[in-house]
Design a protein around this ligand. Structure first.
Ligand SMILES: *Cc1c(COP(=O)(O)O)cnc(C)c1O
Length: 356
């Protein structure tokens, strides 16, 4: 039986993505060859890359003047590639979690870093709101969804300086105004594809201003010029990404995904708040992630934590254990998760309450 998959990443992918990728591994478009064993320069694979870039642009309504890249090295490589290419004197960062703080660590290698605000003192359980972005910063970096803590910046903010966003775990979860951003990046393994490919959406005109030599592979311009084919791209993850993008289009695009994501989040947070055994980790509703729902056992029932996890496991649920830095539980309810799996979790929580 297929499990209810709440893993945070790598994580659930649509059946459409998995079936079609499996088929292409066995026999790619009737070529009598696997997608794993053909040249990335073949016209068949070049068409996959082109279509994936095109669909990225159409699904997110990306304006003229931006490039979409498929790179390697994960979001973690972007932590250094962003400052390498964009930081000339000073950059501003919002510290909303351990991914953000890893990005800050790398940026410090390249120049002055102004951490405008941090919620570290409360284990990142909220998004800081009162901060000032210095007008002379080369860019302002945010992490829109904090996968570990379950907080999310759910609107496109006005930064006053070029805005850079790590959207690893919420890309395609809602409509975006890409024109508000100068660069958006993320690892694919949360809402797009298996791990191995990293997406970057970059405004072409911001490049070439950092005033330092950049190694070829770490220079965005290289990958723009060569259409993400400077070196061998991760062909299977790129193909899987294309299939996920097709699936999004079939579902009605990001507006439809957003509507369903809001329904799923409301159903689950509603039960966490109602159920006497549980409390949400994030107190301010406005900051609650619609992708990663974090919750803990109520003080009076702390001793039931392990029991709940094994009860949920017996109901076919996987990946619910919270990150060690937060404890408790985390239900990742990415785009590909059907509302029936969220309902199954809610039913499990109700049944567990009745047993206790
Ligand atoms: C998972 C994740 C990362 C790390 O991605 P890698 O591809 O493993 O480097 C970075 N930022 C966020 C927000 C994430 O969720």
């Amino acid at each position: 039986m297929k499990k209810h998959n709440f893993y945070a990443g790598p994580s659930i992918l649509s059946d459409y993505t998995i079936r079609n990728t499996s088929q292409a591994i066995l026999d790619f478009e009737g070529m009598g060859l696997s997608i794993m064993e053909i040249s990335h320069r073949s016209k068949e694979f070049v068409a996959v890359m082109d279509k994936a870039q095109m669909m990225f642009k159409s699904l997110l309504n990306i304006p003229e003047g931006y490039s979409v890249l498929f790179l390697q090295g994960g979001a973690s490589m972007q932590f250094c590639m962003v400052p390498y290419n964009l930081l000339s004197k000073k950059a501003a960062y919002l510290d909303t979690g351990s991914w953000a703080s890893k990005a800050i660590k790398e940026a410090k290698l390249f120049g002055e870093v102004d951490v405008v605000a941090s919620s570290k003192e409360s284990v990142y359980s909220y998004i800081p709101k009162d901060y000032i972005v210095p007008a002379d910063a080369d860019y302002f970096h945010i992490t829109t969804n904090n996968t570990i803590y379950g907080t999310e910046i759910k609107e496109d903010i006005e930064a006053g300086v070029p805005l850079v966003a790590d959207m690893s775990s919420d890309i395609f979860s809602r409509p975006l105004d890409v024109s508000k951003y100068d660069l958006i990046y993320g690892g694919a393994q949360k809402n797009l594809a298996p791990s191995g490919v990293t997406f970057v959406i970059v405004k072409d005109e911001i490049l070439g201003k950092a005033g330092r030599p950049i190694p070829t592979m770490l220079d965005y311009q290289t990958h723009i010029d060569k259409e993400s084919m400077f070196n061998t791209p991760p062909v299977v993850p790129v193909y899987a990404a294309l299939k996920t993008l097709e699936w999004y289009e079939q579902q009605g695009g990001v507006e439809a995904m957003h509507k369903l994501n809001l329904e799923k989040a409301e159903l689950l947070y509603g039960e966490i708040v109602r159920n006497k055994l549980f409390v949400p980790n994030v107190k301010d509703e406005a900051d609650r992630s619609i992708m990663n729902v974090t919750f803990v056992m109520d003080e009076n029932y702390k001793q039931l934590e392990a029991d709940f996890l094994s009860f949920a496991t017996s109901r076919g649920m996987v990946g619910l254990k919270g990150h060690r830095s937060v404890g408790g539980f985390r239900a990742s309810i990415y785009n590909a998760m059907p509302i029936s799996s969220v309902q199954a979790l809610v039913d499990t929580m109700k049944d567990f309450e009745n047993k206790n």
